[in-house]
Write a protein that binds this ligand. Structure first.
Ligand code: NCD
Length: 361
C-alpha cells in the first residue's frame, strides 16, 4: 500500500477516514512504525512476522542465541503505559522487550501520575515520548493511541506507538499472536487457508475478535462463524468488512450445531465491564455458549480451541488436558510475535533472519 504521512492530514480528516484507509499512515519509509489497527496489515507482512517469530523462538533456545537477541536493541527504551487491567499483554510485552535488550519503564496506575494534578492524557503521553523510543499503550478509549500517533507526528517527538488494546475496538497484537497460533497449528495441513474459525461469546464488545475477524480475511477460503446470544452478537461494521472482502461467514445462535464444523474455536469472556447497566449481561443465558467437557466429543480430531484469556466459566477447566486446547500455547506465542514485532519496527528483522540462517539452518 502507498505510504501516507500523518503530518499531511488534520486530526479531524484523519479521524473521519474509514478504518481500511488508515493503514498507509502507520508506516514510515517502507517500514512498520505504529501498530494500531488490524487493518494496517497485509498478508506478506503477516507471513513475515510469523516467520520471524519462529526464528526468534529457535534462536532463544541457546544461551549464545539469547545473548545475540538481547544485544539487538539494548540502546532502546520502551514505555509500557497500561491504564486498563492486563496480565498477559503487559507481561508478554515486558518479556519481549527483555529478550531484545530494550529497557522498560511502566505506568499502570494513573493515580500515581501527574494526571492526578489535572494533566491531560495527551500531555502525559507526550512526556513519555520525551524519554522513550517506543510507547506500548492499553487504554479504555477507542482511538486514543491513534490520536497520540497523530499528535506526536505533528507536534512532538514521533515515536512508534503499539496499541495493546483500545477500549472495545481493537487489539491488533493479540490478533497477530492468534494468527501465529493458528498458522503454527495448521502448518502441515494447508495453513490457515480454507479453515473454519468459530468465534464464541461476547462478540459485540470483544476487541480481540474484532481484530482477528479482519486479519482472517487475508487468508483465502476461511469461513467465519459467529456464535453468541443475540445481545452480544458480532456488529454490522465487522460483517460489513467481511462482505467487502468477499469472505463467507455465518451468524449462529446454536453452538452445538457449529462445533463439528470448526477447525478453530475461539472462545471469549463476557466483557461485562462494558455493561450499560451493571449486571445486565449476567442476566443473559450465556451457559449455552460455554465449552463443556462433553463438547470435546463433537469436535474434529485435529481442531484447536483458543481463548485470548482471561477465562471465566466459558471453558470448563477439565478441557485443558485435551491436546486440542491450546490457549496456554497461545500465551507463549504472544511473547514471540511481540519480539518479532518490536524487532521489525526497529529494523532488526533482517539481522535476526541472517543469524538464524547462519547458525540454525
Ligand atoms: C483480552 C483483552 O484485554 O481484550 N485479553 C488479552 O489481552 N489477552 C481479552 C479479555 O479481556 O477478555
Amino acid at each position: 500500500m502507498e505510504e501516507k504521512r500523518l503530518v499531511d492530514v488534520s486530526w479531524p480528516e484523519f479521524k473521519a477516514l474509514e478504518v481500511q484507509k488508515k493503514g498507509p499512515y502507520f508506516s514510515q519509509e517502507g517500514r512498520l512504525f505504529h501498530v494500531l489497527i488490524a487493518q494496517q496489515f497485509e498478508r506478506d507482512g503477516l507471513d513475515r512476522l510469523c516467520r520471524l517469530a519462529t526464528c526468534v523462538r529457535g534462536i532463544a533456545k541457546s544461551k549464545t542465541g539469547m545473548r545475540f537477541l538481547s544485544g539487538l536493541l539494548d540502546h532502546r527504551r520502551a514505555m509500557l503505559d497500561f491504564t486498563q487491567p492486563s496480565s498477559r499483554t503487559f507481561l508478554s510485552f515486558y518479556a519481549a522487550c527483555q529478550i531484545l535488550g530494550v529497557k522498560v519503564g511502566e505506568v499502570r496506575d494513573p493515580s500515581t501520575s501527574s494526571e492526578m494534578k489535572g494533566e491531560s492524557r495527551e500531555d502525559t503521553v507526550r512526556t513519555f515520548s520525551s524519554y522513550f523510543d517506543l510507547l506500548i499503550m492499553r487504554t479504555p478509549q477507542q482511538g486514543f493511541a491513534e490520536r497520540m500517533a497523530w499528535l506526536l507526528s505533528n507536534t512532538g517527538r514521533p515515536v512508534p506507538i503499539i496499541n495493546a488494546g483500545s477500549g472495545r475496538d481493537q487489539h491488533p497484537t493479540q490478533s497477530l499472536l492468534d494468527i501465529y497460533t493458528i498458522q503454527r497449528s495448521f502448518e502441515r495441513r494447508g495453513g490457515i487457508e480454507g479453515k473454519n474459525v468459530v468465534f464464541v461469546g461476547d462478540l459485540a464488545r470483544g476487541r480481540t475478535v474484532r481484530s482477528l475477524a479482519y486479519l482472517l480475511t487475508k487468508y483465502p477460503g476461511v469461513k467465519q462463524f459467529f456464535v453468541a446470544p443475540k445481545e452480544l452478537q458480532v456488529t454490522d461494521d465487522i460483517l460489513g468488512q467481511l462482505d467487502a472482502a468477499g469472505v463467507s461467514y455465518e451468524v449462529s445462535y446454536d453452538f452445538e450445531s457449529v462445533i463439528p464444523e470448526a477447525d478453530a474455536i475461539y472462545m471469549t469472556r463476557i466483557q461485562d465491564e462494558w455493561d450499560k447497566t451493571p449486571g445486565e449481561s449476567k442476566k443473559l443465558d450465556n451457559t449455552r455458549y460455554y465449552f463443556r467437557h462433553d463438547h470435546l466429543a463433537l469436535l474434529k480430531q485435529r481442531a484447536i480451541i483458543m481463548h485470548p484469556l482471561p477465562r471465566r466459566e466459558e471453558i470448563d477447566v477439565a478441557v485443558d488436558a485435551d491436546p486440542r486446547a491450546i490457549y496456554w500455547r497461545q500465551v507463549r506465542n504472544g511473547m514471540w510475535i511481540r519480539v518479532a514485532l518490536i524487532a521489525t519496527i526497529f529494523a532488526m528483522d533482517d539481522e535476526v533472519f541472517r543469524y538464524y540462517n547462519a547458525n540454525l539452518l
